[in-house]
Design a binder for this molecule. Structure first.
Ligand code: SF4
Ligand code: SF4
Ligand code: SF4
Length: 278
């Protein structure tokens, strides 16, 4: 049995059960799912839950003998018990409601979560998808981190000098935009390609040129933290999924037991995780 999700509890004889969602999203819970979790905590636990940093829920003080009954309760609810041990952690994504999220990745996160949930890997593996460079889901300290990039362009649509893009609260957070008598200018050194300005510029003076994704590998937190290394930029979600498939396949092929992706990179180099031509 895949008993991922059952953690030893602090209360003698009790366990903590980790519950996560994989439908419709891995990075959020529906009101119905919250209700089911509340029922489980009241009926089988202590009435409280812990919201983890990794967008999962932990229900403490569960008797192991209740697990099958709990599994029946969550069946067909889009919830699952898991996301611990050597199994893939719940795939994280930014809030779909964040103003800065020019490229929401919640669908992709859920797709990856469903695809890999229950697959055993050599070690703990965190995948985090961020909608912009602020990296609220900590993509640079995850084993596989993705940051969406939105390249912008100045179009021939006349700037109305409204100043929305340069004055708080909706301004560019990087001070990368200057408004002159001739219109908008972008400092490409400062711009982190979040794409936010394209959403607030009503005349369309600043518009999206292209979307892409930066992939970072080998990040981790803990007692020996490691910042992820930039791996590559890909132009589409399909290519991103293909790359993540290949990275995980490479990881399974070369990693020692309990070795994280960052440890593999330090031992063998990034190329050990590259897609090999057939
Ligand atoms: S990383 Fe960007 S898009 Fe994601 S939640 Fe943070 S600010 Fe919003
Ligand atoms: S100028 Fe660049 S960094 Fe600033 S809001 Fe636009 S895309 Fe984001
Ligand atoms: S670039 Fe757009 S948002 Fe910025 S001042 Fe001009 S019209 Fe307003």
């Amino acid at each position: 049995m895949n008993d991922s999700g059952i953690l030893q509890g602090r209360t003698k004889g009790k366990s903590t059960l980790r519950v996560a969602s994989n439908d419709p999203y891995s990075a959020e819970l529906t009101a119905e799912q919250i209700g089911i979790i509340a029922d489980i905590a009241e009926k089988f636990g202590s009435g409280s839950v812990h919201v983890t940093a990794r967008q999962t829920i932990e229900i403490p003080d569960i008797e192991l003998t209740s697990i099958n009954e709990i599994k029946k309760l969550i069946k067909n609810s889009g919830l699952y018990t898991g996301s611990s041990g050597k199994y893939i952690r719940n795939v994280m994504a930014c809030s779909r409601w964040c103003l800065y999220n020019a490229s929401p990745l919640s669908d992709l996160a859920a797709q990856l979560n469903r695809k890999y949930q229950g697959s055993e890997l050599p070690g703990k593996t965190l995948i985090s998808l961020s909608g912009c460079d602020f990296s609220c889901t900590r993509s640079r300290t995850s084993d596989i981190g993705v940051i969406a990039r939105t390249k912008i362009k100045i179009t021939d649509k006349k700037c109305k000098q409204c100043s929305l893009c340069v004055k708080a609260p909706l301004c560019c957070q990087m001070d990368a935009i200057t408004i002159t008598d001739e219109g908008a200018e972008i400092d490409t050194e400062r711009c982190v390609r979040c794409g936010f300005c394209t959403k607030i510029c009503r005349p369309g003076t600043i518009a999206i040129d292209s979307n892409s994704y930066d992939i970072f590998l080998g990040g981790k937190g803990g007692v020996k933290p490691r910042e992820a290394d930039f791996f590559k930029n890909v132009k589409s979600e399909d290519e991103l999924v293909k790359q993540i498939d290949a990275i995980l396949a490479g990881y399974i092929a070369v990693a020692d037991d309990k070795e994280r992706i960052g440890d593999v990179i330090d031992r063998l180099g990034m190329s050990a995780l590259e897609i090999k031509d057939e």
